[in-house]
Design a protein around this ligand. Sequence first.
Ligand code: SF4
Length: 442
Amino acid sequence: MASGEPNAADAPRIVRDVVCGFCGLGCDDLEVAVTGRAIVPRKACAEAARLLARSDAPPPSPRVNGAPASLAEAAAAAAGHLAAARAAVISGLGADLDGLRRLFDIAMAAGASLDHAASAGLFANLERLARRGWIAATLAEVRNRCDLLVIFGEDPTRSYSRLFERALPAARAVDGQSADGIAAPLFAPDGRRVVMIGETFSAAARSALSGHALTEIAVPADQVATAAALLSAALADRDVGAVSGLPEDAVAAIVTLAGEMKAARYGVLCWNAATLPPEDAAAVAGAAAEAVDRLSVTTRAAVFPLGGQDNVTGAHQLALWRFGYPLRTVVGAGMARHVPELYATAAALKDGDLLLHASAFRPTPPPDFAGGPVIALAHPDTVFAREPDVFIPVGTPGVDHAGHVFRMDSVVCLPLSALRPAELPGVAEAASAILSHLGRAA
Ligand code: SF4
């Protein structure tokens, strides 16, 4: 829970231990200064600071066909469009769990396909996870137990700037406290080993990982999947002498790494499927999971896939609970049909005749769509290439209202608190208003 401090009447209210719901890493130690409706971040990564900052300006009103409208009028107009649609597409899904529940209710009432803006990486990982499963570590296990972390692809601090600070704190601590003031890692050695296969470490990553042994195996982005397959093959003691394309020194380094992983107490393989070449992401996930299968015969190992932006993990979990299928599923008329190739947003829009786009965490506009009406339940700062037929500005979970989002490792549901008086409805309230008109519009 965020905690506030009373201050003089005109002084900012300092709120500490703010939980962040933006990237999926789930940092819970942010700090902001709140004056009226204005928010100035004091302790946050650059991404969170950008997305938390707010001015005191009044929010925009809903619009119907570009003209100001009340929430009820906008909801009624949206319901009218939904009732007339034959193939509605719900995209974005950037919302807390309550908002997602109500969006899913709309999909079931009106009939619609569902996909999240950040689900491409998730589906690359599901190619392996859904078919054969894998052994995955939690963030706490990485922090407390991992002694050898292998990362495929890009430097993860580009997308998750505090990953190393949270997962591999630099120093074992003093008096049971680590450098970040949280309980020190329980079982991990002081100096851990971190290996990048792909990019080299950025200066920020090197700084966050000071105190650990770092190794770089530089491999072009389009050969990371080959390198991952090579590592898996080396762990299986297969002949890797004739791997095409990879530099000889990279092959030798990966073979050496395989031996070190066998000797490690808890090796972890990590990648961000969203930033790997799309045609290779599933192969990297598959090779990493296979490597863990090999290692698990003699030691402990796990995968740790990165992801989770804008509560995509929550949307995935909720779809499984509600429908028994992941996202990229069409629902309605008492049925659910999961066909990822048809119901990924870009594919669904080819046959769609209505787009409902929800993005409460950041001002991401709807995808291009000219096949029918567009309804946007969107961040108030969203800049639209095409004015939506219905625009309902919504508040941000963890800024304007409380809510829950899932952390990237799926095991923790994070409670977000409101930081300022809400003047905008949340996605749940906006979607509920649409639902209340939907029966009447049908
Ligand atoms: S790293 Fe992610 S969870 Fe942590 S503060 Fe930044 S955006 Fe928020």
